[in-house]
Design a binder for this molecule. Structure first.
Ligand code: COS
Length: 377
């Protein structure tokens, strides 16, 4: 069983501790699921997480606020049990993040569905020519007498192909660069929107390149004000980046658990790997990285939940450190397994593949460094 002592930290309230305990027993009864068909697995996970009530915190109705500590605790716990369950939960939140933070009452109708597990969400931000540099977004949204017409391409869109609803960022041209973008709510069945390519990745999950070809959206599809799309996207990312750190933390905790169990096994020739000081030293380093990650993740979440404005620096530090540290922790856990570490069917092999994308998505590590450096003034 993973170290749970962090739950006593002053970042948490009793409702968080209670939630962590209830989710732990839900996970024990429902996870992991078979990943053979990633689309089917994710559809099933959204349904079962919804039925269990676990998707409700992924969105905020009018007058409610996202509780970032809750989002982080859920991601950490799910990631420890099943990476795809974490993915399914995370995307309901990120996909609908702009609606939770800036949506109108009408737009929030979709939230009721994504929070119940009745609809799947996606966030269509990245483009072939605009990954780290969101200000380069080229997808065009033209205003017409009836609303908007969108043309362009979005890529690496998680849940692309299975989502029912997307938030899409497009250029509306109020100004050059970052000041000329807007956010829109785009149902997946809108004519002109198609899946151009399904993208296979090392830890499979639904992912696609989307084509927008004369996609007509009504006037009220606009989320927030026209020209504010960059700020909408960045605010969403500030809220969700600590949760990426939390998922990395869950993966790292699982890796440490696996490593501790492994090195405690009696060896055929006598003794245990755990008896070696050098192995104890590795375990200590792993535990240190995990606690440092947890402190940064829950510092960011607590700061936001206390009502702070922008938490760009705290969120970037949490994501950068926790994802990089988890990669190191998992690599060491794999190393301690010897040849078994690279064998399919071993948890550390899957963790090694699962962690890698977290250092890239929602702002690659070097983007987080840029954000931190700018926040220093
Ligand atoms: N919250 C609110 N506003 C923000 C903001 C934030 N976190 N970050 C920037 N802004 C505002 C700035 O204040 C500025 O406003 P004004 O025009 O009023 O001065 C405006 O947005 C432009 O900011 P900036 O000049 O910093 O923009 P850049 O184009 O230089 O942004 C980075 C650079 C790299 C930080 C940004 O493009 C980024 O985060 N990229 C990564 C994107 C990403 O995570 N993609 C992953 C997609 S997977 S979902």
């Amino acid at each position: 069983m993973s170290d749970r002592s962090f739950l006593d930290w002053p970042f948490f309230e009793d409702r968080h501790r209670d939630l962590a305990e209830r989710l732990e027993s839900w996970c024990a009864g429902n996870l992991p699921v078979d990943h053979g068909d990633a689309d089917a697995a994710c559809r099933g996970l959204v349904k079962s997480l919804g039925a269990g009530g676990w998707l409700a915190p992924s969105g905020a109705a009018a007058g409610e606020r996202l509780d970032i500590r809750t989002l982080c605790l859920i991601r950490e716990t799910l990631a420890r049990h099943d990476g795809l369950a974490d993915f399914a939960f995370a995307m309901q939140g990120l996909g609908m993040g702009a609606v939770s933070l800036f949506g109108t009452t009408g737009q929030r109708g979709w939230l009721a569905r994504t929070r119940a597990g009745a609809a799947i969400a996606g966030f269509a931000l990245t483009e072939p020519g605009a990954g780290s540099d969101v200000a380069e977004t080229a997808t065009l949204a033209r205003r017409t007498s009836e609303g908007w017409v969108l043309d362009g391409e979005k890529t690496y869109i998680s849940n692309g192909g299975i989502a029912d609803i997307y938030v899409v960022i497009a250029r509306t041209g109020e100004a050059e660069g970052a000041r000329g973008l807007s956010a829109f709510l785009m149902p997946a069945d809108t004519p002109g929107l198609s899946v151009a390519e399904r993208i296979g990745v090392m830890a499979p999950h639904p992912l696609a390149r989307l084509r927008l070809d004369g996609v007509r959206l009504p006037e009220d599809a606009l989320i927030g004000a026209a020209g504010q799309g960059f700020k909408v996207a960045m605010t969403v990312l500030d809220h969700f980046r600590p949760t990426v750190g939390a998922a990395a933390l869950g993966f790292a905790r699982r890796a440490l658990d696996e490593a501790m169990a492994r090195v405690a096994r009696p060896r055929p020739g006598g003794g245990r790997l755990a008896d070696h000081q050098i192995v104890q030293g590795h375990l200590a380093d792993m535990a240190l990285k995990i606690d440092a990650s947890a402190l940064l993740v829950y510092r960011a979440a607590w700061t936001k939940d206390r009502g702070a404005g922008r938490i760009s620096r705290e969120a970037a530090m949490a994501k950068l450190y926790a994802t990089e540290a988890a990669q190191e922790v998992i690599d060491m856990a794999l190393q301690l397994h010897g040849g078994d570490g690279v064998r399919t069917g071993f948890a550390v092999e899957a963790l090694y593949r699962e962690i890698r994308a977290l250092r890239i998505y929602e702002g690659a590590s070097d983007v987080q460094r840029i954000v931190i450096a700018r926040a220093l003034g």
